[in-house]
Design a protein around this ligand. Structure first.
Ligand SMILES: C[S@@+](CC[C@H](N)C(=O)[O-])C[C@H]1O[C@@H](n2cnc3c(N)ncnc32)[C@H](O)[C@@H]1O
Length: 174
């Protein structure tokens, strides 16, 4: 289980993420998943909200993004970004695993740069399996792990690999 990092460490991580966000086309990462207007998306471990915001723009008012993080500052930063972009379709969840969402209620889960925080992510993957719709997609990318991602995600038989796109691995429920 991951531990809550200090506020100063979270601020430093957010600073590093802001540099990454200059180098990475965040819209492209989200677009290549095929998110549609009206979709329900969970950004698990949203950090400062880099991907929650482009996802919320695509799903629009008929859809919803749940931005979940263990750290209160993550939700604060994401809220600020949402307000700056005049987005009202993001809801915030403070949690280290349980989402509180209904069974089979989510179309897409973003699970970006989480594996290095959760070296044993099986508890979280079980929860994501529960809330994803039967055809829902779990999207995973991680700076530390690349080739290891398929085996880490499929280890407990919750998910199978659907496809590998340019920037991430996409999994569906087994
Ligand atoms: C490296 S950041 C990635 C942020 C974001 N996904 C991105 O790619 O920009 C990892 C985030 O996961 C959060 N986190 C760590 N353990 C968690 C857990 N068990 N449940 C939810 N969030 C967690 C941290 O607070 C941090 O915001």
């Amino acid at each position: 289980m991951s531990e809550l990092m200090s506020n100063s460490l979270f601020r430093f991580m957010s600073f590093l993420i802001s540099i990454r966000d200059i180098l990475v086309d965040l819209d492209k990462v989200v677009e290549e998943i095929g998110i549609k207007s009206g979709n329900v998306v969970l950004d698990y471990g949203c950090g400062p909200g880099s991907f929650s915001v482009p996802a919320a723009k695509i799903v629009g008012k008929s859809g919803k993004v749940y931005a979940l993080d263990i750290h209160p500052l993550a939700l604060k930063y994401t809220k600020k970004k949402a307000q700056k972009n005049e987005l009202t379709n993001i809801e915030f969840i403070l949690s280290d695993c349980d989402t509180g969402l209904n069974d089979e209620s989510v179309d897409i889960v973003l699970f970006y740069d989480m594996l290095k925080n959760l070296l044993t992510p099986q508890k979280q993957l079980k929860e994501l399996h529960r809330i994803l719709k039967p055809e829902g997609i779990l999207c995973v990318k991680d700076v530390r792990f690349k080739d290891e991602i398929p085996s880490m995600i499929t280890e407990n038989n919750f998910f199978k690999l659907k496809t590998k796109s340019k920037k991430q691995f996409l999994f569906v429920k087994k």
